[in-house]
Design a protein around this ligand. Structure first.
Ligand SMILES: Cc1cc2nc3c(=O)[nH]c(=O)nc-3n(C[C@H](O)[C@H](O)[C@H](O)COP(=O)(O)O)c2cc1C
Length: 309
C-alpha cells in the first residue's frame, strides 16, 4: 500500500501521516476534498487562489476558500508573484496552512510571472514564502516541479531559497513545466533532489494504486488524477462507484447551487463510471439530466439494476 511510504510529517502544530490529495483546479473543491478525507486522505489543499483576487475582494474566490471541519489542518493554495500581495492575502486567511503554487505550467499563469515562472526566480520565491509567513504566522508549504525547461533542474535553487525563508515542506511534481502533463513523472530525479535538502519533500506525479516505484526518501506522497477514478487509493480499499457518486452528490448539494452540482457530477462521473458495466449509458443519462434530483434517480435506478443482476 502506497500510504505505508508516508512518514509522520510535522506542519507547525499538526502531525500528518498518509497520502495527500494534490490540488486540482476545477476538481478539488470542498465537496471532493471532504470525500477524499472521508476515504482516508491525510492532507488536502484547495484549488489555487489568486492573491490579487483575494486582496481585491473578488467574489469568485470565496467559493475556492471554503474548507471543511474534516480538514485538520486545512490548507489554501495561493498563486501570484508580489510579496506585498502575499503578505496581505495571507493575513486574510483563516485556514491552518498556506501552500504556494510554484509549478503551474499554464501560459496564462507563468506568463504573468506566477506558478512555474518562479522556478526561474528562486529569490523571489523565498520572498513570497517569507511574506506569507509574516502575514499569517502559519506554516507555509510550496508546490513545484523539477524546473521550467526539460533537463534544467532549477528546483534545487528554489528549494534552497524557500527552505531558508522558513517553508515547512515542498511538494515536488517530477515533470518540467514545459512538459505540462506529457511524458512520465521522474521519481528518481525527485529522490536525488530530496536527498540534497533537509526540508521534507512530498513526491507527486503519476502515482496510482498499482505503483511499482518505491517512495523511499520522501516524507509523503501526493496523488492527483488517480484519485478521481479511485478514491479508495487513500485507504487501499476498493470503493464502490455508486456509493462514491451518491456521497459526492450529497456533499456537492451541501455547498453549491444546482447548476454547479450538475456540472461537477457530469465531470466526475466520467471517472467514477469509466470501467463499470453500464457506465456509458449512465453517463449519457447524467449528461441529459437537468437537476440533482434527476441524477439521484439515475444513480439509484442503475445501482438497483446492477444489484439485481
Ligand atoms: C485538472 C488539473 C488541475 C490542476 N490544478 C492544480 C492547482 O490548482 N494547483 C497545483 O499546484 N497543481 C495543480 N495541478 C497539478 C496536480 O496537483 C499534480 O501536480 C499533477 O496532476 C501530477 O500529479 P498526478 O499525476 O498524481 O495527477 C492540476 C492538475 C490537473 C490535472
Amino acid at each position: 500500500m502506497i500510504s505505508a511510504a508516508c512518514k509522520t510529517l510535522r506542519l507547525g502544530a499538526y502531525e500528518i501521516k498518509g497520502l495527500w490529495l494534490a490540488p486540482m483546479a476545477g476538481y478539488t473543491d470542498i465537496a471532493f476534498r471532504t470525500l477524499a478525507r472521508e476515504y482516508g486522505a491525510a492532507f488536502t489543499v484547495t484549488e489555487m487562489v489568486s492573491v490579487r483576487g483575494l486582496v481585491r475582494g473578488n467574489r469568485a474566490t470565496e467559493r475556492l476558500l471554503l474548507t471543511s471541519p474534516l480538514e485538520v489542518p486545512s490548507c489554501v493554495q495561493l498563486f501570484g508573484n508580489s510579496p506585498d500581495e502575499f503578505y496581505r492575502a495571507a493575513k486574510m486567511l483563516d485556514c491552518d496552512v498556506i501552500d504556494i503554487n510554484m509549478g503551474c505550467p499554464m501560459p496564462k499563469i507563468y506568463k504573468n510571472g506566477d506558478g512555474s515562472a518562479l522556478l526561474d526566480s528562486p529569490e523571489l520565491a523565498g520572498d513570497l514564502v517569507r511574506a506569507a509567513i509574516d502575514g499569517s504566522g502559519k506554516p507555509v508549504t510550496v508546490k513545484t516541479r523539477l524546473g521550467r525547461r526539460m533537463g534544467e533542474t532549477t528546483a534545487d535553487a528554489l528549494i534552497e531559497q524557500v527552505e531558508k525563508a522558513g517553508a515547512s515542506a515542498v511538494t515536488l511534481h517530477g515533470r518540467y513545466a514545459e512538459q505540462r502533463y506529457t511524458g512520465q513523472s521522474d521519481v528518481a530525479v525527485c529522490r536525488e533532489i530530496s536527498r540534497r535538502h533537509s526540508i521534507p519533500i512530498i513526491y507527486n506525479g503519476d502515482v496510482a494504486a498499482d505503483a511499482k516505484d518505491s517512495f523511499d526518501g520522501f516524507a509523503a506522497v501526493a496523488v492527483g488524477r488517480a484519485a478521481l477514478s479511485d478514491i479508495g487509493i487513500f485507504s487501499g480499499v476498493c470503493a464502490n462507484a455508486y456509493d462514491v457518486a451518491l456521497r459526492h452528490m450529497r456533499l456537492l448539494e451541501r455547498h453549491f447551487d444546482d447548476r454547479y452540482v450538475v456540472a461537477q457530477a457530469r465531470k466526475f462521473f466520467v471517472h467514477y463510471f469509466k470501467n463499470t458495466r453500464g457506465g456509458r449509458a449512465l453517463r449519457s443519462a447524467v449528461n441529459a439530466a437537468a437537476s440533482p434530483a434527476e441524477i439521484y434517480d439515475i444513480l439509484l435506478r442503475e445501482r438497483n439494476s446492477t444489484d439485481a443482476e
